[in-house]
Design a protein around this ligand. Structure first.
Ligand code: PLP
Length: 367
């Protein structure tokens, strides 16, 4: 068992922290500490520490800066009404990090070390977990290759870090449907590529089409396969669901290009718990367009840890509006699944699958 060393940070004062927590937005404010664990081929994982949040130094020849060997995760800590601080399915993030690591030729991190790292950071920066409704502490675990070497091969040295950032509600003033943009000529992933890995490179590939989307008044990009430009994969950072008029759901099957979202998996389970049918299969833009036009597809939403569920009001492309739900968005099932999942996370709805993982107990003891 690796021991964590502790280098205390100079903390913000209570007043400064409270001010930072009033309207933190997303990914702008960071807590006092971070976690770092090093890896080398000879030593394995070592030098685990909780240390002051701050710049990391590395050699300009560090391979991540040249060849992009980087993977990450996104997970939140929530404060329950009884004062407990919890996180959600951390072992699923630990497993997924290792799947990403395998694809990017990075070392695997023992799952219990991933969970420990999150627990250590949340405990030391416990006061940063927001008390306001709908706010949470977003945790960003990530791994980079930091070996100084310009040769092109998998790095022999790596570093795993966790930083934390208080996050306000994704939607201020109520959940609003967004428009999304169909990207045809630009892709984020292709057959045999890294689409199923949570790596920075996939995001780099999505930024130009995302800018095009924003220039067209859309919040995010919908990616299809590159061959037919019709088969739907997912959005740049969220999975997609369609709802049919019989209450069943459709979501693209994991096909090697799609990120296996934990929100996606959780929603599939919650829908099945309600007795609803969830079809994980190939879905096309044509099916969505025709279904929305003839009334068989009545709702659509995107899902991921940051925004949980984002209702989709319209799908647009260079050719014009493909789908427009108008006043019918957000749909009723979309919103009720959203309420159920956020209720489990925030401790106001029962947790039948034991997804919630306690980190700090209200009585001050650590779990
Ligand atoms: C992280 C991510 C998701 C959502 O995954 P969650 O585990 O639900 O947060 C979906 N698509 C992509 C490309 C992602 O990187």
């Amino acid at each position: 068992m690796i021991e964590f060393s502790y280098q205390p940070a100079t903390r913000l004062s209570d007043a400064e922290r409270e001010a930072a927590l009033v309207d933190p937005g997303f990914g702008k404010v960071f807590t006092d500490h971070m976690v770092s664990i090093s890896w080398s081929r000879e030593e394995g994982w070592h030098d685990a520490k909780v240390m002051p949040y701050g710049p990391i130094s590395m050699d300009p020849a560090a391979s991540v800066l040249h060849y992009g060997q980087e993977i990450f995760e996104g997970i939140k800590a929530y404060r329950h009404p009884n004062g407990d601080i919890v996180t959600f399915r951390p072992e699923a993030n630990a497993r997924r990090l290792n799947e990403s690591a395998a694809r990017l030729a990075l070392p695997e991190l023992p799952e219990e070390l991933f969970v420990r790292a999150i627990e250590e950071l949340v405990r030391v920066d416990e006061q940063w977990v927001p008390k306001n409704e709908d706010q949470s502490l977003y945790l960003r675990p990530f791994m980079i290759s930091d070996e100084s070497f310009l040769g092109v091969r998998a790095a022999e040295k790596a570093r795993f870090l966790v930083i934390a950032s208080p996050a306000g509600p994704y939607f201020t003033g109520g959940v609003k449907p967004v428009s999304i943009w169909l990207s045809t000529d630009l892709a984020r992933a292709g057959r045999g590529g890294t689409g199923a890995a949570k790596c920075g490179g996939n995001y780099a590939a999505s930024l130009l089409p995302t800018r095009v989307a924003q220039q067209n008044g859309c919040a995010q990009v919908l990616f299809t396969d590159t061959a037919t430009e019709d088969q739907i994969d997912e959005l740049g950072g969220m999975n997609l669901f369609l709802v049919r008029n019989d209450g069943s759901l459709i979501t693209p099957a994991l096909n090697g290009n799609i990120l296996d979202g934990i929100t996606r998996r959780s929603l599939i389970q919650l829908a099945k718990d309600r007795g609803l049918t969830v079809d994980e299969r190939e879905v096309t833009v044509s099916e969505w367009r025709e279904g929305a036009a003839n009334g068989t597809i009545t709702e659509s939403f995107a899902c991921g840890t940051a925004a949980v569920i984002t209702p989709i009001g319209a799908l647009k492309s260079e050719a014009g509006t493909i789908v427009d739900f108008g006043d019918a968005a957000p749909g009723a099932l979309t919103m009720s699944l959203r309420e159920e999942l956020t209720g489990i996370q925030f401790g106001t709805v029962a947790d039948p699958h034991n997804w919630v993982h306690q980190i700090v107990a209200a009585n001050g003891a650590t779990a």
